[in-house]
Design a protein around this ligand. Structure first.
Ligand code: SF4
Length: 468
């Protein structure tokens, strides 16, 4: 059951816009960007309806079961590379003939693998351009709008918006964070972690001040959304405000080095029962390589604070980092075991690193070794080791397989030709996109201007490679 204050009835002559999330409803409804786009389009002289892959297979709208083929424009939101498969399937099965536009973080990183399927891509945050995009009558007209890429040669500058006042109302439903109000307190990040694409594609970091947030919301639960919420200068005040209103408030994560007695007590009052921290690596040398800045002391200090208040600590790690050896992987189990001495339930979540476009690691090979085969073989060993060892010491483990992340790397770093994977070709045909990239070569995503200098990324990359 969902509460939708924006549903609008179609009247003849109105433009019909489909908002397609090619993944499950629970994820789509928990996305603040989609909530905003939907509400805004329904405010203008157009009607927007939503499509999710698990509702009518993404072929009919949630609101009126209208087939996708009857819409004039389809906006696809691509949050994960793995969603490309479903997006292509929906486009093919639906027989959609209108204007196809894709946006979202994957498009901002590198839209080339999708070039054969969409008429236009929006590079950036679409809020300020929605009306112009919806009223465009042709792809040519669309191509005049800043941020739009239609495949023509030349650079495209990313568009971003100033954060305005937060929406007072939203669609409320059972999403990934439960039945709650999504409160986006910031965008972009003040940190400079070298593996992270957020710092580039959502630059500059922007916060919504406390007075830009709703005084109260209509649900008992609030999910606080931002890449690093506890870096918000008014994070405590915001939390305190809603706690005093009797709300359960859960931030998407908390940086271990921002946690102290006062904040952990406040989080407990807010109803948080699991403390999620992301050290990414347990090795102090690799902390320097990735520039995360969450050391052993921070993790143990957070665990100590958690021990008095929370049921569980969840720790996020990555493997396949540059210069990583087996000792660094063992260090994950050792660190998690030390946390386990303090907190009853500990879970580790481990993913292979995806060396993403627009980050200083973009030239790095998947698996972290110059020799790709060696890197992948080691990655398999490391992931298997972590799974087994965690079980032995009573730590819950959520360890990913490497294939899904290899595919993610190919789809995020690939050129137009990797679209063959979306047509059924084996991803191994494109394994060259997993290899180290020559720093002098032109990259498929170089045409996107995110506002950084490639030479700055290169300096950071060279700093890392010199220490290996
Ligand atoms: S990993 Fe988190 S803290 Fe680091 S730059 Fe990305 S969003 Fe910020």
């Amino acid at each position: 059951m969902e509460f939708n204050p924006f549903a609008k009835k179609y009247r003849r002559g109105m433009k019909r816009v489909a908002l397609v999330y090619p993944n499950r409803y629970v994820g789509g409804i928990a996305n603040t960007g989609l909530q905003y786009i939907y509400a805004k389009i329904n405010e203008i002289d157009a009607v927007c309806e939503r499509f999710y892959s698990d509702v009518f297979e993404g072929l009919r709208s949630v609101e009126s079961a209208t087939p996708l083929s009857e819409f004039d424009v389809a906006f696809f939101s691509l949050q994960y590379e793995a969603d490309y498969f479903k997006a292509v399937e929906i486009l093919k099965k639906s027989g959609f003939r209108g204007i196809k536009i894709a946006g979202g973080p994957c498009v901002m990183e590198n839209p080339l693998p999708l070039l054969d399927y969409f008429d236009a891509f929006f590079i950036g945050e679409v809020e300020g351009k929605l009306e112009e995009i919806v009223s465009a009558k042709s792809v040519d007209e669309l191509s005049e709008i800043p941020g739009i890429f239609t495949g023509k040669e030349g650079n495209v500058k990313r568009v971003y918006s100033k954060l305005g006042k937060h929406m007072e109302r939203e669609i409320i439903s059972e999403g990934a964070y439960g039945r709650c109000f999504l409160l986006e307190i910031g965008r972009g990040c003040v940190r400079r972690c070298r593996f992270c694409i957020v710092r580039q594609i959502y630059f500059p970091p922007r916060w919504r001040r406390k007075e830009m947030l709703p005084e109260d919301v209509e649900t008992g639960k609030i999910a606080i959304i931002a890449p690093s919420p506890s870096d918000h200068p008014e994070f405590r005040e915001i939390l305190q405000h809603y706690v005093e209103k009797g709300k359960e408030v859960s931030p998407s994560s908390v940086r271990a080095d921002t946690l102290n007695e006062e904040l952990s007590e406040l989080l407990k009052k807010a109803g948080v029962s699991t403390l999620t921290i992301a050290p990414e690596t347990a090795s102090s040398e690799l902390q320097d390589v990735i520039n995360k800045g969450i050391g052993e002391e921070d993790v143990l200090n957070a665990a100590e604070l958690a021990s008095k208040r929370f049921e569980k600590v969840k720790l996020y790690y990555m493997v396949g980092l540059p210069g990583e050896d087996f000792e660094d992987v063992k260090a994950i189990i050792e660190q998690a075991s030390r946390v386990k001495k303090l907190v009853r339930r500990v879970e580790i979540s481990v993913n292979p690193l995806v060396p993403k476009p627009h980050t200083p690691l973009q030239w790095m090979p998947f698996g972290g070794k110059e020799n790709l085969k060696e890197g992948i073989a080691e990655l398999k060993k490391k992931l298997g080791f972590l799974k087994n060892e965690a079980r032995k010491v009573g730590i819950e483990a959520n360890v990913s397989g490497y294939k899904e992340f290899a595919l993610q790397t190919i789809l995020s770093r690939g050129d137009r030709e990797v679209s063959q994977i979306l047509e059924g070709a084996n991803y191994r045909k494109f394994e060259r996109y997993l290899e180290a990239i020559d720093v002098d070569s032109t990259l498929p995503w170089d045409f996107i201007d995110h506002g950084y200098k490639k030479s700055t990324l290169l300096k950071e990359y060279e700093k890392i490679t010199k220490t290996l």
